[in-house]
Design a protein around this ligand. Sequence first.
Ligand code: S3P
Length: 186
Amino acid sequence: MSTNETPLRQKSIALIGFMGVGKTSIGKEVAKMLYRDFIDADKEIEAAFHMPASEIFQTYGEKVFRHKEKEILQKLCKQKLKIISLGGGAFLQEEIRNVCLEECIVFYLDLSWESWQERISLLIDSRPVLQGKSLKEIKALFEERKSIYQDHHSAVATDQLMIEDAAAYIVKSLKTAWDIYEPQNN
Ligand code: S3P
């Protein structure tokens, strides 16, 4: 797993998955448990434009959003000891995928379509990618993205898990990997 110079224990943790699966809330919890800083990549993009993602899409278009997303994530992923939540479309960009898999430990938050559907009303207004799409089209996007997210280091099936449980699972899994690959003497 450790393909670059950074010790595994210092690598940042990247959370990927479809929009609304809980990357931010679970990420914040993991950060708390590991005494690390949490960074939401979307918030960084929004800060750069001084507007919410939906307005960036509206004003400048998706291409400009994606360009900034790539620029920001290429820098963020190289930082150590962070917990980073990626926007659901970020992994579609090969450069982001590559830098993330090389520099970070990537966890895929895997939520079923059935569970995800129950959240749709909470997401639709703030997620430009969902707007104007039928449920059938959203399902197709969900399925299509699933294959992109298969490039990860570890996955968590979150359907039956509360935020704290998913975070605890990730922390436990990390500690196991650290102990196996970078055992400490004490
Ligand atoms: C997007 C997901 C959003 C945000 C933007 C585009 C996508 O992030 O980056 O609206 O293409 O899936 P979340 O996954 O945090 O909702």
